[in-house]
Design a protein around this ligand. Structure first.
Ligand code: IPM
Ligand code: MN
Length: 361
């Protein structure tokens, strides 16, 4: 136990589905971690969710960003409901926070842990250790477009992507900086599709080449997104940092999570590297309505996201300790949820991680 050196106000949005089941144990774990490393947290809960929508007709209040702004970080569970269209729930909560707080780097590590089986034959713990850095504020998610002849037989939909040089450049630079400090492999792969998208992806490629020239110590490759999908399966061990546009990064980060065994382990950080706004930390798995309410959701993706939050707040040692406790629980192959082939509950896995964290000197 250490005296609390500093207390951080953290906004907590459990959201919907299993988000409500994985966030409470995440706060308990962070409390345990904080007690050990002298970090205080002041949780501020927000009940913004589909349930909030059913009561108020919107996913979050109009001044939501102003209410979130004074916090050092945001912890998010998941958003979505089977009775609401996904574009309502997501465009009403998750996406406006990512854009409004300029969280332009969505960082998604994919690590094959010891004790976890990859669906790929012959891959063992430690073989895969990559991170997808996804552009998170523009690109294919820009929400520019409309309908003509709305809901008539001749209906036309237009959806426009927005790629700015500034937007490409800053996320690509973030990827290079991450490769420099990560683990010494110092590789960045850029994901393109300039053969079919002759404007946006040409700008992306040009920007990548210009930024790469500033980092002569980093090895680079540029892959078309379809070839990248193939190579995530064929040679996942060769990837270190992968940088991609919003949609390509969305798709590839699910693939990178899956070759590492389970989406139940996939963490993410929505970062505003300029630190002008709070960054947001969330597990990638979503609301999982099929298992919601059973108490069997894997809390480890949320725990990893919490360790990314600690790292962002400047507590590298605490973040590492948390990560080590999670990987110790995984390699023991005892407490594990159904997505990893086990039969433990969310609480049993959470208890195992807390006890691992407390047992280490
Ligand atoms: C993710 C999710 C979201 C996205 C959805 C829910 C809008 O799939 O965080 O990857 O596409 O960004
Ligand atoms: Mn996704």
């Amino acid at each position: 136990m250490n005296p609390i050196m500093k207390t951080h106000p953290i906004a907590v949005i459990p959201g919907d589905g299993i988000g409500q089941e994985v966030i409470p144990p995440t706060l308990a774990l962070l409390e345990a971690c904080g007690a050990r490393f002298g970090i205080g947290f002041e949780w501020k809960h927000f009940d913004w969710s589909a349930d909030y929508y059913f009561r108020h007709g919107r996913m979050m209040p109009e001044d939501a960003l102003d209410r979130l702004r004074p916090h050092d970080a945001i912890l998010l569970g998941a958003v979505g409901h089977t009775d609401l269209p996904d574009n309502v729930t997501l465009n009403g909560l998750l996406l406006p926070i990512r854009r409004g707080f300029d969280q332009y780097a969505n960082v998604r590590p994919a690590v094959l842990f010891d004790g976890v089986d990859s669906p790929l034959a012959g891959r063992r713990g430690g073989d895969i250790d990559m991170v997808v850095v996804r552009e998170n504020t523009e690109g294919e998610y820009a929400q520019i477009g409309g309908f003509v002849y709305h809901q008539q037989p001749e209906e036309v939909a237009v959806q426009t992507s927005v790629f700015t040089r500034r937007g490409c450049e800053r996320v690509i630079r973030h990827a290079f900086e991450l490769a420099r400090r990560r683990n010494g492999r110092k590789r960045v792969a850029s994901i393109s599709k300039a053969n079919a998208q002759g404007y946006s992806m040409v700008l992306w490629d040009r920007t990548f080449a210009a930024v790469a020239a500033e980092f002569p110590d980093i090895a680079t490759e540029s892959l078309l997104v379809d070839a990248a999908a193939m190579n995530f399966v064929r040679r996942p061990h060769t990837f270190d940092v992968v940088v991609a546009s919003n949609l390509f990064g969305d798709i590839l980060s699910d693939l990178s999570a899956m070759v590492c065994g389970s989406i139940g382990l996939a963490a993410s950080a929505n970062l505003d590297p300029s630190r002008r706004h709070p960054s947001m930390f969330e597990p990638v798995h979503g609301t999982a309505p099929d298992i919601f309410g059973k108490g069997i959701a894997n809390p480890l993706a949320a725990f990893f996201s919490a360790s990314m939050m600690l790292d962002h707040l400047g507590y590298n040692e605490a973040a590492l300790a948390l990560e080590r406790s999670i990987s110790a629980v995984l390699s023991a192959r005892q407490a594990r949820t159904a997505d990893l082939g086990g039969s433990s509950t969310t609480s049993q896995v959470s208890a195992a991680v807390v006890s691992e964290l407390s047992s280490k000197p």
